[in-house]
Design a protein around this ligand. Structure first.
Ligand code: ADP
Ligand code: ZN
Ligand code: ZN
Length: 806
């Protein structure tokens, strides 16, 4: 059952049903008094349950299994390793359209018109939806006067007549690229002569037109971006030519051009990539897992493509995991260029129909789903014949799911998945996680390096700017040092682009009264509100609470509310004042919320419609822009002073990754990092891109303070809206755990934000020493949890277990 209960349930079937049913088929069953669920057949047996009477199933929903045995094996591992119910894994794995239940809400699909294809029962429901916008499965049962309605609803979904309510309808829309052509008025030679005359005084415009003619000799469509670069003119020049009716802009979907001859040849590898490829294949002879540590812009993607091609040639499936799909439209485009229609993209934000389609295509091993490109949830697809898994940017923390259960790490679960399929798995990163490097060092994984950027471009020059010193010398303008401003100006003069990294969104994180020192707090969470200037409001970044910015202090009434700290919004505003002639863009959670928020901003930056892009860590993830020559980090210190044992590792990864966006194609780029603490060891390591040093030092600390990769962590979180309840619960739990695990139980502690959405939070961490048996520890912990939940007073407390917590 798709519910958080550990055990499976037995239902009764007839002999005929039993001979038809197979493991992995869905059945509609009732559960409890009135609930109806989509159950999954896990086993077919002849042992009647002793504690309850087996109910009959309502209906068999599939003709053939929807879930295969390899998946069930994988789910079993996830459930036991991450200490969650098999039902949780089942629910997380299947697109929700496969999981109808009595509370599911359906509505009409307005685009659907062919009601002639509907059977009688289906039509009745469809018609009911004309009068009532939504129906639950229960209501459907009432309308039809029968219980077995899931198959009918399934048919309606299959025929696209209805949709399920909770879905977000977001279709992947490939990026549009801007092209230029001559207006048809200028097709004759006379008109051209006249045109050049007209432009004789507009030098830049004339130049643009001349270069346009040069480029058109190839007869290929001309990208606006290419024309600007070749003619060395800005987008405003092209725009004015369009305004004059000389040029026209038009847009082509990148995909459509690239699909012309469905696939393209792979790039020829450079010597370092070639060597890496051979080494990877060599390690794969002995090892199932290999780490590819290739510096930023070394061309890891090109190496992946060669391995992918070989696996495709063997007729096997490939899974390519990405940390966040929204940020990686670039990779999708690149891989589609080579592999065309063999690629399917899978992501939990995709429309229901699209996800169902991908699921079915993978299940049937169709050619168009030979390569799955997806975020973490794509490890749940019904692969039958995986040959290779690539985990790109394997260090990314977004591979770890923390809410809801199953709280799995997709990288680690993918390693197990590969083993189940006897497939190989390649972990790639320019800044591998300490855990993965450790496994490679211990010879558990193969290890391959690329230390050169493609085209032999050097890694960017990284300089540290001492903000304290700059303040003392009065060389700061707002949040910018004179040095950073100079570098920005130089890059802009060269018509190069700039990325500025500020790891906080909003205008200023803290608003404080100068008179009494009180900060406005979120009413639902224990955290200060963040000021967002554009909407002139205060917002909570934990629960999204928002209110207008008050004029006076709520505590003392004085008129002295002041901003402290700064975020992306403030940086953007300062830049607009400092560089009024240039286009400033911002990429953070607030500007990328809309349907295609990311694609729009990334597309505009690629098309050079934005000169300076200000953003949060979203900017550090695998983006490839060819004209960025400067990356600035406004305030490195906020990353370093984070109370978490991984903070230093992450600060290193984030800064090296964001630096890696500079100088990718032509000349060496520049990186400027502003800090109050230029001698911090991590900043020194970043400035030399000295991964080995960072790794060595962090590893020592992990050993000394008993953290991963040496010790494993299980984090337990208790939540309840009554503080005393959680407090009593956590104290009892701590004692119980301490009796069993002694000094390796830490806590109880309240997290930095100790109340979120009115729920009080307490944590306990269990450290598991290298030699301690993991399975025994977990089963002991489960026993303690059962005892805890048997106490009436504690039962309402939410009890969350997070294995390998981040
Ligand atoms: P990484 O993922 O290691 O940061 P990418 O795979 O994004 O690096 O490569 C960086 C850039 O160099 C990309 O624009 C890519 O197309 C280009 N590139 C890499 N290898 C080659 C190659 N062998 N031939 C041509 N271009 C390449
Ligand atoms: Zn809040
Ligand atoms: Zn006050």
């Amino acid at each position: 059952m798709p519910i958080p209960i550990q055990k499976t349930f037995t239902y009764s079937v007839t002999e005929d049903e039993a001979s038809f049913l197979q493991k992995g088929m869905r059945v509609a069953v009732s559960f409890g008094k009135t609930k109806m669920y989509t159950g999954l057949v896990y086993n077919i047996h002849q042992t009647a349950p002793t504690l309850y009477e087996a109910k009959e199933i309502h209906q068999i929903l599939d003709e053939t299994p929807l879930v295969n045995e390899l998946q069930l094996k994988h789910w079993q591992w996830i459930s036991s390793y991450y200490m969650c119910s098999l039902g949780d894994v089942y629910r997380a794995s299947l697109p929700s359209a496969f999981l109808l239940e009595s509370e599911t809400i359906i509505s009409k699909n307005d685009a659907f018109t062919e009601d002639s294809i509907l059977a009688d029962d289906e039509f009745l429901i469809f018609e009911a939806l004309q009068h009532q916008s939504q129906l639950t499965i229960h209501q459907v049962a009432d309308i039809l006067g029968k219980k077995k309605v899931m198959p009918i609803v399934n048919q309606l979904i299959k025929k696209s007549a209805i949709t399920i309510k909770e879905e977000i309808y977001e279709q992947y829309k490939p990026k549009l690229v801007k092209y230029v052509r001559l207006h048809s008025d200028y097709n004759s030679d006379d008109s051209l002569e006249k045109l050049m005359e007209e432009l004789s005084r507009a030098k830049k415009q004339r130049e643009a037109v001349l270069v346009f003619f040069q480029l058109s000799s190839t007869k290929k469509p001309i990208k606006a971006k290419d024309l600007e670069a070749k003619a060395v003119v800005s987008s405003t020049i092209l725009k004015s030519l369009v305004d004059k009716g000389i040029f026209e802009f038009y847009y082509i979907q990148i995909d459509r051009i690239q699909y012309k001859g469905d696939t393209n040849d792979l790039k020829v590898l450079n010597e370092f990539q070639e060597k890496a490829l051979l080494e990877i294949k060599e390690t794969f002879k002995e090892k199932d897992v290999t780490l590819l540590h290739g510096i930023t812009s070394s061309g890891k993607t090109e190496v992946y493509t060669k391995l992918i091609q070989e696996v495709l040639d063997q007729g096997k499936q490939v899974l390519f995991l990405l940390p966040e799909i929204a940020l990686t439209t670039q990779i999708i485009t690149r891989l589609r260029f080579y592999f065309g229609e063999q690629i399917s993209v899978f992501h939990s934000k995709y429309s229901m129909n699209e996800r169902v389609e991908v699921w079915n295509n993978v299940l049937e091993n169709k050619t168009k789903a030979r390569i799955i490109l997806g975020a973490r949830s794509s490890i749940f697809l019904p692969f039958s014949n995986l040959g290779l898994i690539v985990v790109d940017e394997e260090h990314e923390t977004s591979y770890k799911q923390f809410e809801p259960s199953p709280r799995y790490n997709a990288r680690d679960a993918a390693i197990v998945l590969a083993k189940i399929h006897q497939a190989k798995i390649l972990l790639g990163s320019a800044t591998p996680s300490i855990e993965t490097s450790f496994n490679a060092q211990q010879n558990k994984y193969g290890f391959v390096e690329i230390n050169r950027r493609h085209g032999n471009v050097q890694l960017p020059k990284i300089e540290l700017i001492d903000v304290k010193e700059k303040q003392r010398k009065k060389e700061m303008t707002g949040h910018f040092s004179d040095r950073l401003l100079k570098l920005i100006q130089e890059a802009l003069d060269q018509k190069e682009q700039i990325i500025l990294f500020q790891n906080r969104r909003g205008f200023s994180p803290v608003v404080e009264c100068k008179t009494c020192g009180v900060s406005p707090q979120c009413p639902n969470c224990d955290v200060s509100l963040t000021f967002h200037k554009f909407k002139y409001e205060l917002r909570c970044h934990y629960c999204n609470y928002q209110r207008a910015m008050p004029n006076s202090c709520g505590a003392c009434g004085s008129n002295t509310l002041d901003n402290k700290g700064f975020g992306t919004e403030q940086i953007e505003l300062e830049l607009k004042e400092l560089f009024p002639d240039f286009k400033i863009g911002r990429m953070d959670l607030d500007t990328t919320r809309g349907k295609h928020g990311y694609q729009k901003i990334i597309g505009a930056f690629e098309a050079r419609e934005i000169d300076v892009l200000v953003g949060t860590q979203m900017l550090s993830k695998g983006l490839d822009f060819d004209n960025v020559s400067l990356v600035g980090v406004l305030n490195a210190d906020s990353m370093l002073n984070f109370p978490d044992f991984r903070a230093h590792e992450r600060a290193y990864q984030m800064m090296v990754q964001v630096s890696g966006r500079a100088g990718r194609s032509k000349k060496q780029g520049n990186v400027a990092i502003q800090t109050y603490n230029p001698f911090h060891q991590i900043l020194q390591q970043v400035s030399a891109t000295n991964y080995a040093e960072m790794y060595k030092e962090q590893l020592q600390e992990r050993w000394q303070y008993k953290y991963p990769p040496y010790y494993r962590l299980i984090k337990i979180t208790l939540k309840h809206k009554d503080y005393n309840k959680v407090d009593n619960g956590v104290n009892w739990l701590f004692k119980a755990l301490h009796n069993s695990f002694g000094e390796y139980v830490l806590g109880p502690t309240a997290p930095a934000v100790s109340r979120i959405r009115n729920q009080y939070i307490k944590n306990i961490v269990i450290k598991i020493p290298p030699k301690q048996n993991l399975a025994n520890t977990k089963s002991h912990l489960l026993k303690i949890k059962n005892t805890f939940e048997a106490v009436k007073d504690f039962r309402p407390i939410r009890f969350i277990i997070d294995v390998d917590a981040y």
